[in-house]
Design a protein around this ligand. Structure first.
Ligand SMILES: [Zn+2]
Ligand SMILES: [Zn+2]
Length: 142
């Protein structure tokens, strides 16, 4: 897999897509989340390219602080998911809590909640289906 591959994600609580067609990061749709960090609340858009750590936000993201992330649709906090065998509860690099969201295709994306830490894990439940879909140039169900 490489950075030409885009991922599509949804909220694990309300199952609404988190992809934002109106806010691109680089040349791709951003992954829109609500963020609480450094005493402020705002919006963050993560790059949807595989293994890309770019993002943009409407508040300042202080490096090395731990963020809390929420679904912009239902407002539920996004956390480690207990029913996920391969998800980790804390980052093995910096020990901050890990956040996990669901891939539209099935599977999870898990990432560290500390700003600046690049710990990412992607697990795909059905790899061949997901890869087929990715290689058809990912399009979202309407
Ligand atoms: Zn939600
Ligand atoms: Zn970390």
């Amino acid at each position: 897999m490489n950075q030409n591959v885009s991922i599509g994600v949804k909220c694990p609580h309300c199952h609404t897509s988190l992809m934002d067609k109106d806010n691109f990061v680089g040349d791709r749709e951003g992954i829109h989340l609500k963020i609480k960090i450094g005493g402020k609340t705002g919006n963050i858009w993560l790059c949807s390219a595989f293994e890309c750590y770019q993002h943009k936000a409407d508040i300042e993201i202080p490096q090395d602080e731990i963020a809390e992330l929420f679904c912009p649709h239902c407002g539920e906090k996004l956390l480690y998911q207990k029913d996920c065998d391969t998800c980790r509860e804390t980052c093995d690099i910096c020990h901050a809590p890990m956040v996990s969201i669901n891939l539209i295709e099935g599977g999870r994306v898990t990432f560290c909640s500390r700003a600046g830490c690049e710990k990412h894990l992607i697990t795909i439940d059905n790899l061949s289906t997901a890869m087929n879909h990715f290689y058809r140039n990912y399009s979202y169900p309407s």
